[in-house]
Write a protein that binds this ligand. Sequence first.
Ligand code: SIN
Ligand code: MN
Length: 281
Amino acid sequence: MELTKQQIADYHRDGFIVIPNCFSTEEVHALRRDTERLSAIQADSVFRERTGAIRSIFRVHEEDGPVASPQYRALTRTPRMLRPVMQTLGSDEVYIAHTKVNTKSALEGTGWLWHQDFGYWVHDGYPENDMLTAMVMLSDTQEIHGSLYMIPGSHKLGLVEHYYDDSQAAYQLPQRAVQREHIKKILETSGAPVPVVGRAGTLVLFHCLTIHGSGVNMSAENRWQAYITYNRVANRPREVEKPRGDFVRSTNWAPVPIESDDGILSAGKRCEERETSVEGN
Ligand code: SIN
Ligand code: MN
């Protein structure tokens, strides 16, 4: 899949684009099945709400590690994902800086305060702040599910100051957020924030400086979304003191190859066959 010139221009104007119908119902099903398997695993890269519900599962794309998922690995390498990523990043040599699946659970899943992703990554040693995240909806998403909201054009503000907020009682870790007074001013002068809604299988590309956030899930359905952050290999992080863990700041900057468009379904089938043969033993 190639982005049109208009889509690339929209990405650079708004700081994000939404591409419906990118992944099929069967592919979403294969990813959801593996997410159910991953949700039962206890690991340092799995984070929970205070209620115990899973919030985020990090590092699903590598071949090793407790939450390695062949389906997610295949997703990150499909031409439908990688071609648009390479077009928007302007490089054919890209690697994955991290992945996470946010399983915002029905009634329990809590939000993210207004932030830029680079507000988290600013101390990780990246020379340039032009990374991007590809988000795939794994469930139909409306505002009631705690959809993302984006402030269009906010990536053009550059990096704005963030602080650590620990007022969000429902979650284990403090969040990075734009100062309240500052975000108030931005909201007063920017265009209205756009709810990022759509059917399962929708792909969203967003710039690491685009200000975004989300609310709680008020619905009876889980809101599952996968986030894959790509970076140009040339923009890999420089050495920093006390680097954060590999699950958020990957040091595997081997360029990601474009693989088969059937990859997600074949990985799903291989896992099902393995499960059946184990059950048969
Ligand atoms: C994020 O901003 O990193 C995630 C927000 C969400 O999943 O609602
Ligand atoms: Mn974010």
